[in-house]
Design a protein. Structure first.
Lengths: 66, 84
């Protein structure tokens, strides 16, 4: 028993050609996330206020001036 | 001047937040012994803080997560999220 559909499957080259035609020299996005190392933490109250216990992850929102 | 009940709730919130943060970190780094030790230490503190709070001010949760000795304290106001 074979599974699949009766149409044609794309080759790798077909897809590469499609993207190089669309995006020029740019490549598709690839997500990369480095592993976090535990260095130090805020004390509990400050962590709650900062929204994270990890100083390297503080991302405060600033009011837009627009 | 913050009353004792509100101060204890603040402590519980802060310690529980540390447990959540370390929980999330440990999901990605399960072999980090320091994070694991701190998680267990905050968990112990959290149990103690919640126990102390519930002794004085009544249950923090219902549905079988907190005891209600002597009478049904869940309906006594303020509820945990009120008046702080």
């Amino acid at each position: 028993m074979e599974f699949g559909y009766r149409g044609q499957y794309a080759s790798q080259q077909m897809n590469m050609d499609f993207y190089s035609a669309k995006g020029g020299e740019h490549e598709l996005a690839q997500a990369y996330i480095p592993f976090q190392r535990y260095v130090t933490s805020f004390p509990p109250k400050e962590a709650l206020r900062m929204g994270t216990m990890f100083p390297e992850l503080v991302r405060p929102y600033h009011k837009s001036k627009v | 001047m913050m009353d004792l009940r509100c101060k204890m709730l603040d402590d519980i919130r802060a310690i529980e937040f540390m447990a959540v943060e370390l929980n999330l970190f440990l999901d990605i780094n399960p072999h980090d012994h320091r994070a694991l030790n701190e998680y267990n230490d905050y968990t112990r503190q959290l149990h103690e803080l919640k126990y102390q709070f519930e002794q004085q001010f009544g249950p923090l949760t219902n549905f079988g997560y907190s005891y209600s000795l002597h009478h049904w304290r869940w309906i006594d106001r303020p509820w945990p999220w009120e008046s702080c």
